[in-house]
Design a binder for this molecule. Structure first.
Ligand code: GDP
Ligand code: MG
Length: 176
């Protein structure tokens, strides 16, 4: 039916410790707890209305684990959120690797440009910053991804706005 919510799959990926679980919990509950089970892989659900369209958003909080099928999320997701920690250059390099893998996957299947977000988390820890906003923007542009910075602890607006842009792209059928 026309009122049926549109299902949308969002995968949160990135190096362990970058804040994926904090971002997931903040998005679902609007709260920052501070401690998260780093072994728990879970999928959450939240209903949202974007551009008048009701959407059932499924959010997968992934855990890097070589023992599991690592690429499971890549075919599952409509939207990829590649998270890094702005205070960790290593997590940024890890994010770049993931953007490359997503691009290779897109190449094989349908193009999913404008459905990937490179997300620099922990912007509240600015004094420990190792990755500049400009560097993040540059790498995102290289991979035709959106760029946003956020803090799961203090400032989440840029992330939700950017996420909604990807939803709008899917609704309007852009490049699908
Ligand atoms: P994950 O392994 O990617 O799921 O990372 P977690 O969500 O478990 O976060 C790792 C650690 O970083 C935890 O101690 C969180 O409390 C902390 N953390 C996550 N996001 C933020 C943030 O935006 N700001 C600050 N200051 N700490 C954060
Ligand atoms: Mg986690």
């Amino acid at each position: 039916s026309t009122n049926a919510p549109r299902e949308i799959h969002v995968a949160l990926v990135g190096m362990s410790g970058s804040g994926k679980s904090a971002v997931a919990v903040k998005y679902i509950t609007k709260r920052f707890i501070g401690e998260y089970d780093s072994t728990l892989e879970d999928t959450y659900c939240r209903q949202e209305t974007v551009g008048g369209q009701c959407m059932m958003v499924w959010l997968m909080d992934t855990v890097e684990n070589a023992a599991r099928d690592e690429m499971r999320w890549i075919a599952w997701a409509d939207v990829y959120v590649v998270v890094y920690d702005v205070t960790s250059q290593l997590s940024f390099q890890y994010a770049e690797g993931l953007l490359e893998r997503i691009a290779r996957h897109e190449h094989v299947l349908c193009p999913r440009e404008h459905r990937t977000i490179l997300l620099g988390n922990k912007m509240d820890l600015d004094r420990y910053r190792q990755v500049s906003e400009q560097e993040g923007e540059r790498v995102a542009a290289q991979h035709k991804a959106y760029f946003a910075e956020c803090s799961a602890a203090t400032d989440f607006r840029q992330f939700t706005q950017t996420l909604h842009s990807t939803f709008q792209n899917i609704i309007s059928g852009a490049r699908s």
